[in-house]
Design a protein around this ligand. Structure first.
Ligand code: HEC
Length: 174
């Protein structure tokens, strides 16, 4: 590309640049020619990076257990997964209980939603016996992706009051 341009310039003469090209020689002219292009690329690249990181920040703020996960568990899961109604050998009321060893395998594998039953059961077709919630309404897609993101981020689930999922009145879930 450089060669072509240089040859063309030599042949036709470049009115805009010939005065500076002649005394300084070809090497400098090439750098000078190339420079605005390089800056243009840098500006384009910086703009792309800025947009990408802005989008990233908007869609990817870490999931907050108390604000985003606890309400889902409270409304849709603990009615069947609490200390009295221990369906599927599973209590989802605290982190310690949810992480208890079960014969059927781990419920939550932090940083790996694809290996976590808690996420997988939400993605099963409704007619599957393991699809959750076992009865009633399907859980909305945005809540499923929030749970997925939360697990992939490490399934942060605080101890104490913040992490304690209490049973809501049955009707409030529907
Ligand atoms: C109406 C009752 C009910 C509700 C509501 C419910 N579950 Fe379950 N859950 C069950 C039953 C029953 C099983 C046992 C199913 C089996 O083993 O075949 C089970 C099992 C599970 C298991 C273990 C699956 C396995 O194979 O180890 C997970 C994980 C689970 N539920 C997650 C959830 C989540 C998350 C929610 C809320 C979105 C939820 N459940 C809501 C009844 C319920």
């Amino acid at each position: 590309m450089m060669q072509v341009r240089t040859r063309r310039s030599n042949r036709e003469g470049d009115k805009m640049h010939s005065f500076s090209r002649k005394p300084r020689g070809d090497a400098f002219a090439q750098i000078k020619d190339a420079f605005p292009m390089k800056i243009q690329y840098q500006i384009a690249l910086a703009t792309c990076l800025a947009i990408t990181s802005a989008l990233h920040a908007a869609g990817d703020s870490p999931v907050d257990f108390v604000k985003q996960i606890k309400p889902i568990l409270a409304a849709r899961c603990v009615e069947c997964h609490n200390s009295e109604t221990l369906l599927g050998e599973l209590n989802l009321q605290t982190r310690a209980l949810a992480f208890e060893k079960r014969k059927a395998g781990p419920v939550i594998v932090p940083k790996n939603a694809e290996k976590s039953m808690l996420y997988l059961v939400l993605t099963l077709p409704a007619r599957d016996t393991k699809a959750m919630p076992a009865t009633g309404h399907r859980i909305p897609k945005d809540e499923i992706s929030t749970i997925r993101q939360w697990i992939d981020e490490g399934a942060n689930w605080p101890e104490g009051e913040d992490g304690a999922v209490t049973l809501k009145h049955k009707n409030s879930a529907r």
